[in-house]
Design a protein around this ligand. Sequence first.
Ligand code: FMN
Length: 188
Amino acid sequence: MKVLGIMGSPRVGGNSDILLDEALEGAGTVGAQVDKVILDRLKISGCHDCKKCNETGICIVKDDMQEIHKKILEADAIIHSCPVYFWTMPAQMKAYLDRWTALFDAEWRWHKNYYPRMKGKRIGLITVCGDPDVHTADPIVHSFKATADMTKLNWIGVVMASAMDKGEIGKNEKAKTEAFDLGKKIAG
Ligand SMILES: Cc1cc2nc3c(=O)[nH]c(=O)nc-3n(C[C@H](O)[C@H](O)[C@H](O)COP(=O)(O)O)c2cc1C
């Protein structure tokens, strides 16, 4: 079982990163092989909507997303983690998600090259917002869950937490336990 963590905050060692590490640790306790990608350290352009990938399954934009596409295909489960920026996900995570387009055909079904590998892949999400109301992150949950529903990914769950300062979530035992348990569940 391979679990891929996608870290969408530019604050390495921040709240999303801490909770993602908890989740990956949880996955590790049930024997998963874990890997983490920090999007902000990579070069990932937005989707150009050129539609070339509809035929080939290959994105024409040559940047670090090529490598991530490979990691997505190889993983059995993917856990995304990001903060809320202006009521939605940060640009790094949005650019990454838009580039999933290369995995689909013109009808937004898995591209024939990827269908067996992508169908039923497990997916989970962690969000952190500064607002004490964790539902500020609902638009992010909607993006990932609707994508999972449309493509028949296996939605395992979401952890929604609140914290403002860098590392503040480290004091939130409930959020850390929920993230750890999400990792265990996704790999179990
Ligand atoms: C550019 C920017 C926009 C933000 N917008 C929101 C927002 O709309 N709602 C909110 O609750 N928090 C917002 N925040 C606060 C972050 O979500 C919060 O600090 C979070 O803990 C950051 O997580 P991180 O440590 O993983 O980066 C924003 C922070 C930044 C830097």
